[in-house]
Design a protein around this ligand. Structure first.
Ligand SMILES: [Zn+2]
Length: 296
């Protein structure tokens, strides 16, 4: 079954939700970065979240970035989403593996760390991007994003994120997420109604792994009359790096550094953190960038 995001409304349109099944995009992230099991679960959860947040973007130049810097052995986890939604992400130490927790689950909180913060940058193609942050709650990512929405955006939210792996091969069996947000003026009893479902939601990924379709699972959580679907999207892992972007990165190094590279290395090879694409610049090309930069 291919990846999908469903957006919709619950309970007389007083609550909005986004739901995702994203096995393919998490598998692609695992392949690109050779992620360990714990890293697959951690980066996978963040990618699912950013994909849901990016499903609301309207312009091609809009983006949502989330940076988890928890001080754990996994280093910083950065994910960026664009309209599509297309997501990309990278982890500080993609190979780092931790022993599972006592309950047998992957130690995502240990990998991310719990002492830092979550920063979210929403660039909606206006003058200034909106930057919000919160302190991490557990490093388990779903709880951290729920805290972010509540503390930084004053938007109480129910967040579920799950990635299930085959225990021996580490292959991604299922990846699912759900973001539920009461709209302004939502009656308290409708919020209670959603909260009462919270115990059933963790089965989402397990059920996706068994081949159930996302829509059917949502209908089993919420009766048909309570759900209205408003949009259906196909998310994907896709990087938007280009030679022009790399040129701009070189230009931003500044004159002295660029001159040093030209003299000492005679060329430059840059690789993209998000997709590992390599870009080589010859001496003549670097000199042209230097001239262009000097003119700017
Ligand atoms: Zn790239």
């Amino acid at each position: 079954m291919s990846d999908q995001i469903l957006q919709g409304l619950l309970k007389n349109k007083t609550i909005r939700f986004a739901a995702i099944t994203g096995r393919e995009l998490v598998t692609e992230a695992r392949r690109i970065h050779s992620l360990s099991r714990t890293a697959t679960a951690a980066l996978g959860r963040e990618l699912l979240m950013v994909a849901m947040m990016s499903s609301q973007l309207k312009n091609d130049t809009d983006s949502v970035s989330a940076i988890l810097s928890g001080g754990g052995p996994g280093g910083n986890l950065v994910c960026v989403g664009r309209k599509g939604p297309f997501v990309k992400g990278c982890a500080g130490d993609p190979a780092c593996e931790l022993p599972p927790k006592e309950n047998g689950k992957l130690d995502v909180g240990g990998y991310v760390g719990r002492s830092g913060k979550l920063t979210v940058v929403r660039d909606l193609s206006m003058k200034e991007p909106y930057v919000g942050m919160c302190h991490l709650v557990s490093g388990e990512i779903a709880e951290d994003f729920a805290e972010y929405f509540t503390a930084s955006e004053q938007q109480p939210s129910l967040v579920y994120l799950g990635v299930r792996l085959e225990p021996v091969s580490g292959q991604v069996l299922g990846a699912g997420g759900l973001l539920i947000q009461p709209l302004p003026d939502c009656p308290a009893e409708n919020v209670d109604y959603v909260m009462a479902k919270a115990n059933d939601i963790p089965h989402l990924t397990e059920r996706l792994s068994k081949g159930e379709c996302l829509k059917d699972i949502l209908f089993s959580l919420f009766p048909q009359g309570d759900v209205t679907f408003t949009e259906e999207l196909v998310p994907a892992y896709r990087c938007d790096c280009s030679r022009e972007r790399m040129e701009r990165a070189l230009m931003s190094l500044g004159r002295e550094d660029l001159e040093e590279i030209i003299e000492e290395d005679g060329q430059a090879e840059l690789s993209c953190h998000f997709c590992n694409s390599r870009y080589t610049f010859t001496k003549a090309e670097l000199e042209a960038i230097l001239r262009e930069g000097a003119g700017a």
